[in-house]
Design a protein around this ligand. Structure first.
Ligand SMILES: Nc1ncnc2c1ncn2[C@@H]1O[C@H](COP(=O)(O)OP(=O)(O)O)[C@@H](O)[C@H]1O
Ligand SMILES: [Mg+2]
Length: 269
């Protein structure tokens, strides 16, 4: 998205690269084999304090996109900047120190380790700050504080997601990448996880979150992006996407007034 001439943001950053975004991805091409990319030239940015939700059908490439940003899936093209620094080729193990926290979709906690041990693993880079970050994690997630000696496998799905987020926050990232933190959770736990995600963003962290449920995702996010077969099909402020008739019809099950009634659907009823 290019700012129009005279746009205040452009005027403010004139003469220097635009540093507004914590994360900026430009034309990222990524996948598991160079001759078979899954993500076909995706551009996006996320600012501090903001939630960008990445939506899209199953198999659209959401996880592949996030994994490529986290450095665990190779990029075959494009550029990724973190607060103005080029991290396109930074390996996954260096990204934590660079300020990127990543919570993968699956296997995101060590189930044989306790809550406390998981957090210590998350903070393995830390020295003096370890104690303070542990205190912060337990203050943010009281449910975890009450279960610090419990093994990961003894936690509920929601508690596990909390632990995965807490673990990723141990290094005080400026960018948090979350791959479907709501997957498999009860509606009540989804609300709780989303409430935490909102608070994390409100604390000044840039959050990129993958979500399958378009309606729920747009409700919590500031901006949204709908990925279809590895390409951005729609993007914009969450409110604008919610009100977009095409998005409404395709993803929110909303029928516009003048849309011809589908004879099949109605006749089948
Ligand atoms: N490890 C892998 N190796 C090869 N192909 C994969 C791998 N993981 C996912 N894919 C393929 O990439 C495509 C996108 O998958 P994914 O990024 O998981 O989609 P989403 O997260 O949107 O459901 C799918 O066609 C899937 O089969
Ligand atoms: Mg996925």
């Amino acid at each position: 998205m290019s700012a129009a001439p005279g746009h205040p943001k452009q005027a403010r950053s004139e003469g220097s690269p635009v540093t507004d975004a914590v994360l900026r991805a430009e034309n990222v091409v990524a996948g598991y084999a160079r001759d078979l990319p899954i993500v076909h030239g995706v551009s996006l940015d996320v600012r501090a304090g903001e939630i960008l939700v990445v939506l899209g059908p199953n198999g659209a490439g959401k996880s592949t996109l996030v994994k490529s940003l986290a450095g665990v899936v190779p990029k075959f093209g494009g550029r990724v900047m973190l607060a103005g620094q080029d991290i396109t080729t930074t390996p996954a193990h260096r990204l934590a120190a660079a300020g990127v926290g990543f919570v993968p979709q699956n296997a995101n906690v060590f189930t044989s380790l306790t809550v406390h041990e998981n957090l210590r693993v998350g903070g393995y880079l830390l020295k003096a700050e370890l104690k303070q970050r542990l205190d912060e994690a337990y203050a943010r997630f009281p449910d975890l504080a009450a279960r610090r000696a419990h093994a990961g496998h003894a936690l509920s799905g929601g508690q596990r997601q909390m632990l995965a987020m807490a673990r990723a926050l141990m290094t005080a990232p400026r960018l948090l990448l979350l791959d479907e933190p709501s997957a498999g959770l009860s509606p009540l736990m989804v609300s709780e996880v989303f409430r935490q995600v909102r608070q994390i963003a409100d604390s000044g962290i840039a959050v990129l979150m993958v979500e399958q449920n378009v309606k729920a995702g747009l409700r919590i996010a500031d901006r949204g992006l709908i990925l279809v077969t590895g390409r951005v099909a729609h993007e914009g402020p969450a409110r604008a996407l919610q009100d977009d008739p095409v998005v409404g019809e395709l993803y929110l099950g909303r029928h516009t007034q003048h849309a011809p009634a589908s004879g099949i659907e109605e006749g089948a009823a």
